[in-house]
Design a protein around this ligand. Structure first.
Ligand SMILES: Nc1ncnc2c1ncn2[C@@H]1O[C@H](COP(=O)(O)OP(=O)(O)OP(=O)(O)O)[C@@H](O)[C@H]1O
Ligand SMILES: O=P(O)(O)OC[C@H]1O[C@H](OP(=O)(O)OP(=O)(O)O)[C@H](O)[C@@H]1O
Ligand SMILES: O=C(O)c1cccnc1
Length: 504
C-alpha cells in the first residue's frame, strides 16, 4: 500500500494532536523530565453496540503515522507564532529547536489488526521518552478509536449476512474525507467484500463495486430505455436499480433487457432494490427472475440497512444475495465512538527504577491499571477461553490462574487447565525502528474471520451476548487494589489533618 497519510495529506501530520499535549510537552521539557522513560497503554472500557466483542484495527495507519512523525519547518514556524496572554511567544526558541531534532524513538507493542479484543486490554503499549508518548496520545486514539469501531460494526453486519455479501456504500454520508477513507478500510477488515469508495480502492487495494443510481434512470425518457443504455455501455456489469418508479414493474423491465442481453451472449447480473418492503419485494422479484430463466441474477438490497434490519429481513425470508450498507455502517450510527483512552501506567524514577502509576476515580471502570501490561489469551480446541491481563514488571512468570474482572472484583474465573496460550501484544517498534512487517489487508481480513470463528456463538450474538472472561491476573489485581487503598488511606489521613488544623 502507498502511505495513506502521504497520499491524502501531503504535509506533516505531527501537529494532529490536542494543543494541551504541546503545552504539557513544553512543561516536561522545562521541568527536565521530557526524556524520562514512561509507559502508556491505549484501551477501551466497553464493547461497542452493546456487543460481546470488539474487532481491533488501525495498526497499519498507526505505523504510517509514526513513520512520518517529525516536526516540519512549517509546523515549527506555526508553533513559534503562538503567543501567550502577554503577547509573548508561548514556546521558547530552545524548545522549538528541541522539537526540531525530535524523531520517534519509542518502543511500540500492539495487538495485531483483525484480532478480537475485550475491554481493558491494552491495544497499544508505548514506552519511551515521556514527551513523545504524551504527544502521541491524541493521534493514536484518533486512529484506533474510529478504525476498531467501524471494523466491529462491519463484523456485526457481515455476521448476520451469513453467506450473502456485504458491500460498503457509505462514502457520501461518512464523517468527512478521512472518515470515508478510514471507514472503507476498517469495514473491509470487518468482512465487507468491496467498497463503492474508489479512492479507498486505489489506496488500500480494496475491491470496488457499483450499480447505478436513480439519476441514471431519470436521465432517460423512460426506465426501460435507461436499462438498455446501461446494458449496451457495460454488458458485463449489469445490475439494474429497479425502484425508481415501481419496483416490481422495474423487475419486469430488467427481465426484458436481460432477455436481450442473452441474445448478445451476455448475462443479467441482477437487480437492486432500494426502498419499500425489502422482504416482500425480494421474494417476489426472486420468483419473477427464476420463472423467467434468470436464477443466477442476484438481488442487491440497500436502504438504511444495519445488522438488525438485515437480521429481521433474513428472518422474513428475504431473497437477498448482496447487501449494500452505507450510513449506518460508516458512521457507526448507534454508537459514534468507541471511547478508548490512553493512560500512563509506569515511569522510571531518577534512579532508574520503574514506578507504577494509577489514575483513581469514584467510578471503578475509570481507575487505570498500573504496570507494563501484556495480554495472554488462552484457547482450547480452537475456541477462545479467557484472556489474562498481567504486569510484566512483577508477574512475568504467571503463577495464578485466577482472573478478576477489572470493574467488579466479585466476578472472577479460573483459566481452564490444558489451554494453549498466546501473548497478544507483539513488538512493532524498538527504539523507533520498525521491526514488524504489516500483513496485507486481505491477510488482516482473513485473520478477522478466523478470530471470529474462535469466539463462542453466545459471545458473538447481537442481543445480550455472554460476557467473555477477560480480566486482571490475581497478582496484578491485588497490587492495584493495594495501591488504591494506599492512596485512599493517604487521602483520608490528609483530609483528617486538614480538618484538625481548621478546627484549631
Ligand atoms: N420487511 C422489512 N422489515 C424490516 N425493515 C424493513 C423491511 N423492509 C424495509 N425495511 C427497512 O425499513 C426502513 C424504512 O423503509 P421504507 O420502506 O420506509 O423506505 P423508505 O425510506 O420510506 O423508502 P424511500 O427510500 O422510498 O424513502 C429502512 O431501513 C429499510 O431498510
Ligand atoms: O442507505 P445507505 O445504507 O446509506 O446506503 C447507501 C444509499 O445511498 C444511495 O442512496 P441515495 O443517496 O441515492 O439516497 P436515497 O436512495 O435515500 O434517496 C443508495 O441508493 C443507498 O440507499
Ligand atoms: O453502487 C451502488 O449501488 C451505490 C453506491 C453508493 C451508494 N449507494 C449505492
Amino acid at each position: 500500500m502507498s502511505s495513506f497519510f502521504e497520499t491524502v495529506y501531503k504535509g506533516s501530520l505531527t501537529l494532529l494532536t490536542d494543543f494541551y499535549q504541546l503545552t504539557m510537552a513544553y512543561g516536561y521539557w522545562k521541568s527536565g523530565i521530557s526524556e524520562r522513560e514512561s509507559v502508556f497503554h491505549l484501551y477501551f472500557r466497553k464493547n461497542p453496540f452493546n456487543g460481546g466483542y470488539t474487532l481491533n484495527s488501525g495498526l497499519e495507519l498507526v505505523i504510517d503515522y509514526l513513520n512520518q512523525f517529525k516536526f516540519s519547518e512549517d509546523d515549527l514556524c506555526y508553533l513559534s507564532s503562538i503567543k501567550d496572554a502577554d503577547g509573548k511567544e508561548l514556546f521558547e526558541k530552545e524548545f522549538i529547536e528541541y522539537l526540531k531534532d525530535m524523531s520517534f524513538t519509542c518502543n511500540l507493542d500492539a495487538i495485531q489488526e483483525g484480532t478480537i479484543v475485550f475491554p481493558y486490554e491494552p491495544l497499544l503499549r508505548i514506552s519511551g521518552p515521556l514527551i513523545q508518548c504524551q504527544l502521541l496520545e491524541t493521534p493514536l486514539l484518533n486512529i484506533i478509536n474510529f478504525h476498531s469501531l467501524i471494523s466491529t460494526k462491519a463484523a456485526r453486519v457481515v455476521s448476520v449476512a451469513g453467506t450473502s455479501q456485504v458491500l460498503e456504500f457509505g462514502l457520501r454520508r461518512a464523517q468527512g474525507v478521512d472518515g470515508g477513507l478510514s471507514a472503507s478500510r476498517a469495514a473491509f477488515i470487518g468482512g465487507c467484500s468491496a467498497t463503492s469508495n474508489t479512492l479507498a480502492g486505489k489506496i488500500f487495494n480494496i475491491p470496488v463495486r457499483g450499480t447505478h443510481s436513480h439519476s441514471w434512470v431519470m436521465a432517460f425518457d423512460n426506465e426501460v430505455e435507461s436499462f438498455y443504455a446501461f446494458a449496451r455501455a457495460m454488458p458485463n456489469n449489469v445490475i439494474f436499480l429497479v425502484d425508481t418508479y415501481n419496483s416490481l414493474e422495474g423487475v419486469k423491465k430488467a427481465i426484458e433487457v436481460g432477455n436481450w442481453l442473452k441474445t448478445q451472449g451476455k448475462k443479467l447480473g441482477g437487480i437492486r432494490l432500494d426502498s419499500g418492503d425489502l422482504a416482500y419485494l425480494s421474494i417476489e422479484a426472486r420468483k419473477m427472475l427464476d420463472k423467467s430463466g434468470f436464477p443466477e441474477a442476484v438481488i442487491v438490497a440497500s436502504n438504511d440497512l444495519d445488522e438488525n434490519v438485515i437480521a429481521s429481513l433474513k428472518e422474513q425470508g428475504a431473497q437477498v444475495a448482496v447487501w449494500g450498507v452505507g450510513t449506518q455502517l460508516v458512521t457507526a450510527f448507534d454508537q459514534p465512538a468507541l471511547g478508548a483512552v490512553y493512560k500512563i501506567s509506569a515511569i522510571k524514577s531518577s534512579t532508574g527504577h520503574w514506578e507504577h502509576r494509577i489514575k483513581l476515580s469514584e467510578q471503578s471502570m475509570k481507575i487505570s491499571t498500573p504496570g507494563i501490561l501484556q495480554v495472554r489469551r488462552f484457547s482450547n480446541k480452537n475456541l477462545f477461553e479467557a484472556d489474562m491481563i498481567f504486569d510484566t514488571l512483577s508477574s512475568d512468570k504467571i503463577k495464578s490462574s485466577l482472573i478478576i474482572d477489572p470493574e467488579d472484583f466479585t466476578r472472577f474465573c479460573e483459566i481452564p487447565k490444558n489451554c494453549e496460550s498466546e501473548d497478544l501484544l507483539v513488538p512493532i517498534y524498538r527504539e523507533g525502528k520498525l521491526i514488524y512487517k504489516p500483513p496485507t489487508l486481505n491477510e488482516i481480513r482473513e485473520r478477522s474471520f478466523t478470530q471470529l470463528r474462535k469466539l463462542h456463538a453466545s459471545i458473538r450474538r447481537l442481543m445480550n451476548p455472554h460476557h467473555y472472561p477477560a480480566g486482571l491476573e490475581k497478582k496484578l489485581h491485588d497490587y492495584k487494589l493495594n495501591l488504591i487503598y494506599k492512596f485512599k488511606k493517604k487521602d483520608q489521613h490528609e483530609k483528617r489533618a486538614t480538618d484538625l488544623n481548621a478546627s484549631m
